[in-house]
Design a binder for this molecule. Structure first.
Ligand code: SF4
Length: 705
């Protein structure tokens, strides 16, 4: 293997770690090795198991390498895995772009441009790939705006309501913590670069506690696994506050100086007694007391919450309540203490320049277009009127697999009168419904810049290799489409380099945030590909105010939420779909979990990843008592069903779930026995904050098949 160059790139998959990556390229221009950047202080030279074998993905024989269109007369929907190509015929890029622009023009003329719906999420979290030229294009077209809620809006809105900004404890300080509470996160599975920091802290005596209904890999490795009932995290956090205040363990000086609404909170949590909270959460009163007291008396104490907690009907309240705990104990003052859900608010990209929302005024609408919540895609494609959705343009996402209430989603995607474009790397479940299918680049094949939601480094992602086949980046695709549509604005001719400079405000130094001051593609490359945000060390984001909230303080009580008719204090409302309201028809709480070895639906088609995940693929994990009462034994085929659909899986009777809970994992539909995955059972009901999905508020029944 002769290496001609080594290129710094960034893993752009939807993961908090945003690893610095070194790609070795041989003289023929082929990537021959991929490794973690040893100089990156968080990546520390290793990649997770998903991406360590990334070259298998880049050079997979199954990559989409040229544009295609559906053959005449072939209905939409899946062909058997591996035979998808038969539904399509190869075309030139010119033909593909012409067909798309002609169709979008025709639909816009007949129904108005809002009949066009873009659908994208975090298939790449590179700043350009996630949202730049694509947004410009759809804004200028006048297409419906997509409310990108599918992952994190409940938690994001919660964090902003309490602190004003999405910041959290620096991962590099976790090694100083003495009490680490991982709440609804599987650090060992999908935040692996935090693990060495946690292990370092544990070597020095720290305790690791995991709160999660499911016994994750991380929970198995913890000192204490607290198996809380799904959707009851708000109650647990409020119960902990009750104990902390009853015992006088709050930090009164910190509260007086830095918080707003303490008296109201104190009164509010008085009714969340350990006994009451125990009944909701399935924990014992003693454990709730112990957890609260240990947390409040072992500084520095840090909470690593992840987004699973907020994907239930009460998820916004849960995120608010958990995020408030360090404000009650003053944990923010201690290096190594605090709370982390996301660090993304530290990166002040010039989104307005990248996305150009002003272009909506230049569209035929001459006003901002309507907004459609991506979590309710099924509804949008089958029930929405005035205008109905007539064109769906999918990139960076696989909605046929990941959107809730799958039967309705697929019914919509199957519509013969819906024109669907899919820009993808593989024949995903969504590609099966495309009219035009376009080949997309991987992060090795295009240029980007990236922050992170789990650390504080800006990184440049250089293009390591030429695009495979005729694959093209999002920036290229939407620039070409805009020019074909005849949009006259010069911004549609911007290159990736231009966009990176705009993202960093290189030509507007006066508008640069001090934390990113002076950063350019050149400075990033000169620094080895990454630069730490320019704040002082140790970075303690909420040690002292003022804070960017309406009151300038950390808000226990939110007048802003009250004005919207929402709970001003986090309040536990048992989810409609939970054991608290379950009738005899569907008594079990279902956790449609993400696979440890895939990234949402990404990687599910690759043999190496499938092998790593095989022990859980198409298995339903059950508690022994729930299995016994249904006459089910380990290994039996079972039917799992509710009013939205039914699936078959093989039962795994294990100690991974508490009584009353069953768990299955996300896979591609076409790799599932009957062509549907776990989202056949989930609903389009929204979270209490942020309009997010409620995947983990799902009731089902199970019987032996
Ligand atoms: S998926 Fe996450 S941990 Fe794995 S390489 Fe990418 S950023 Fe790193």
């Amino acid at each position: 293997m002769s290496v001609a160059k080594t290129v710094h790139a960034v893993c752009s998959h939807d993961c908090p770690d945003s690893c610095g990556v070194l790609v070795s390229v041989d003289e023929a221009g082929r990537a021959v090795r991929i490794q973690g950047d040893p100089d990156h202080p968080v990546t520390r030279g290793f990649l997770c198991g998903k991406v360590a074998r990334y070259l298998d993905r880049v050079y997979s024989p199954d990559r989409l390498l040229y544009p295609m269109r559906r053959r005449n007369g072939v209905p939409k929907g899946p062909l058997p895995f591996g035979r998808e190509k038969e539904a399509f015929e190869r075309i030139r890029w010119d033909e593909a772009l012409d067909q798309i622009t002609e169709k979008l023009r025709q639909i816009s003329a007949e129904y108005g441009p809002e009949a066009v719906l873009p659908y994208s999420y975090a298939g790449t979290i590179g700043v350009l790939g996630y949202g730049s030229m694509d947004r410009r294009f759809f804004h200028r077209l006048g297409a419906s705006q997509l409310d990108r809620t599918i992952c994190s809006t409940a938690g994001g809105d919660a964090l902003v309501s309490v602190y004003g900004r999405k910041l959290g404890t620096d991962p590099e300080l976790f090694s100083l913590a003495r009490y680490i509470l991982v709440w609804g996160g599987n650090v060992h599975g999908n935040n692996i670069h935090l693990w060495p920091m946690i292990e370092e802290a544990r070597r020095k005596g720290a305790k690791l506690v995991v709160i999660d209904p499911y016994k994750t890999r991380t929970a198995r490795l913890a000192d204490w696994h607290v198996a809380v009932n799904p959707g009851t995290d708000t109650a647990l956090a409020l119960g902990m506050m009750h104990v902390i205040l009853r015992e006088g363990l709050e930090d009164r000086a910190y509260i007086a100086e830095n918080t707003h609404g303490f008296d109201a909170l104190k009164q509010h949590v008085a009714s969340y007694t350990p006994g009451r909270v125990a009944a909701w959460t399935g924990l014992s009163s003693e454990d709730i007391e112990r957890l609260a007291i240990e947390y409040a008396t072992t500084p520095p104490a840090v909470i690593r919450m992840n987004y699973g907690v907020q994907r239930n009907e009460n998820g916004g309240a849960a995120a608010r309540a958990i995020a408030m705990l360090p404000a009650l104990t003053g944990a923010w003052k201690h290096p190594g203490g605090g709370f982390q859900l996301s660090t993304s608010g530290a990166f002040t990209w010039d989104r307005t320049a990248l996305e150009r929302p002003d272009l909506m005024l230049a569209s035929p609408l001459q006003r901002p277009a309507r907004v459609i919540n991506m979590t309710q895609l099924g509804h949008a494609l089958t029930e929405l009127e005035a205008p109905p959705v007539k064109a769906l343009f999918v990139y960076n996402s696989n909605p046929a697999a990941i959107a809730p209430d799958q039967a309705q989603v697929l019914r919509g995607m199957k519509r013969e009168d819906l024109f669907t474009v899919v820009h993808e790397q593989f024949f995903t479940d969504t590609a099966d419904y495309a009219d035009v299918l376009l080949p997309a680049t991987t992060f090795l094949e295009h240029q980007d810049v990236q922050g992170a939601y789990g650390h504080y480094y800006v990184q440049i992602s250089n293009q390591a290799i030429e695009p495979l086949g005729e694959a093209r980046s999002n920036v290229w695709l939407f620039s070409q489409l805009a020019q074909r549509m005849g949009f006259p604005e010069p911004c549609f001719r911007d290159t990736a380099e231009d966009l990176i400079a705009q993202a960093l405000r290189v030509n507007q130094p006066e508008k640069q945030d001090p934390w990113m001051a002076g950063m350019t593609a050149e400075t990033l490359n000169a620094a080895g590909g990454h630069q730490r945000l320019k704040f002082s060390s140790p970075f303690l984001p909420f040690a002292s105010g003022p804070f960017p909230t309406p009151s300038g303080k950390i808000e226990f009580f939110s007048e802003t939420l009250a004005a919207k008719g929402l709970d001003p204090l986090p309040t536990f409302h048992p989810p409609v779909e939970s054991r608290h309201s379950a009738g005899p028809e569907y008594p079990l709480e279902f956790l449609p979990r993400k696979a440890d070895n895939y990234m949402n639906s990404t990687f599910a088609n690759l043999a190496g990843h499938q092998k790593m995940e095989a022990a859980y693929t198409n298995f339903l994990e059950m508690h022994a008592e729930d299995a016994a009462t249904r006459g089910i034994q380990d290994g039996d085929m079972v039917e799992i069903f509710n009013g939205r659909g039914r699936l078959h899986m093989r039962a795994r009777v294990s100690g991974s779930v508490p009584r009353g809970v069953v768990a299955g994992r996300l896979n591609w539909n076409k790799l599932s026995p009957e062509g549907n995955n776990v989202n056949l059972l989930t609903s389009q009901r929204l979270t209490d904050l942020g309009g997010g999905p409620t995947f983990y508020s799902t009731l089902v029944e199970v019987r032996k098949a």
